[in-house]
Write a protein that binds this ligand. Structure first.
Ligand SMILES: CC(C)(COP(=O)(O)OP(=O)(O)OC[C@H]1O[C@@H](n2cnc3c(N)ncnc32)[C@H](O)[C@@H]1OP(=O)(O)O)[C@@H](O)C(=O)NCCC(=O)NCCS
Length: 168
């Protein structure tokens, strides 16, 4: 079992170039089709909930959750490759969903690649259920074919116990 430094998740509301650089590095490490630096900066300008996962002083993951009225949407979540599969995704997702509930969200939606088993498992652990399929939602990349997305949905009151269990 790999040993981890001190783990903490917190909401960050203001961006600076150093933070954006660190988040972008996570994005490049975690995702097949990463967001751009500007996509990440946009989240801070648009009131998106940005939950940042720290190991000691290093940023090792983050989640972006947007809310509108009583609905939330997970825009992205990612953890650096070397720290995946250690249970940290549950902590990060719990933080983002809790913040969304505090902002009045009652239901949460997301899209996920149909072959992304770790992410699907993570969402199912919080009570998300598949609601549909979007064909070729993720366009082809130079070294990755186009892929369908599942849409998933969760009533946040049903996730409350799980969220509480994984909060700091
Ligand atoms: C998806 C992601 C955030 C999950 O975080 P994580 O820290 O790796 O996940 P956790 O260790 O908390 O595990 C979550 C669940 O997935 C399961 N899981 C982990 N790796 C898995 C794998 N390779 N295959 C199947 N299930 C897996 C875990 O067992 C756990 O389920 P359990 O609690 O029932 O045992 C992370 O893997 C990641 O950053 N992936 C790349 C980016 C990405 O795909 N983001 C999602 C976009 S929708």
């Amino acid at each position: 079992m790999r040993s981890l430094g001190q783990i903490k998740v917190k909401r960050v509301r203001k961006a600076n170039p150093e933070l954006l650089k660190a988040l972008f590095a996570v994005e490049l490490s975690a995702h097949v089709s990463p967001w751009t630096y500007d996509d990440i900066a946009w989240c801070f300008e648009s009131g998106v909930i940005v939950s940042v996962l720290y190991e000691g002083r290093s940023i090792i993951g983050y989640a972006m959750v947007r809310t509108a009225a009583d609905e939330a949407e997970i825009l992205t979540i990612g953890i650096v490759r070397s720290r995946q599969g250690l249970g940290l995704g549950k902590k990060l997702l719990a933080h983002g969903l809790n913040a969304a509930m505090e902002q009045g969200a009652a239901v949460c939606f997301l899209e996920v690649r149909v072959h992304n088993s770790p992410a699907i498992r993570l969402y199912e652990r919080f009570g998300f259920a598949k609601a549909g399929v979007r064909r070729n939602y993720y366009g082809a990349q130079p070294n990755h074919p186009a892929e369908d997305a599942y849409t998933m949905r969760c009533e946040l009151k049903d996730a409350a116990a799980q969220i509480a269990a994984f909060l700091n």
